[in-house]
Design a protein around this ligand. Sequence first.
Ligand SMILES: [Zn+2]
Length: 65
Amino acid sequence: MRCKEFVFLQSSGQIPTMGWWRRSSTLAHVWICRHCRSFRHNDELLTAYVAQLHAHWDAADQQAK
Ligand SMILES: [Zn+2]
């Protein structure tokens, strides 16, 4: 697997939907590639942040009603 392919799969959120063989090749890639490891880390932080933001917006919507 190339970095470009990994970044595409990670950023499009496809990895959880892939078969175990493809998923294990993404794991093998982040294990050997520190660039993609830090990319994945940042992507996970960003995903968590966006989820918090959505929760905040939902709470603000509830108050507005
Ligand atoms: Zn890589």
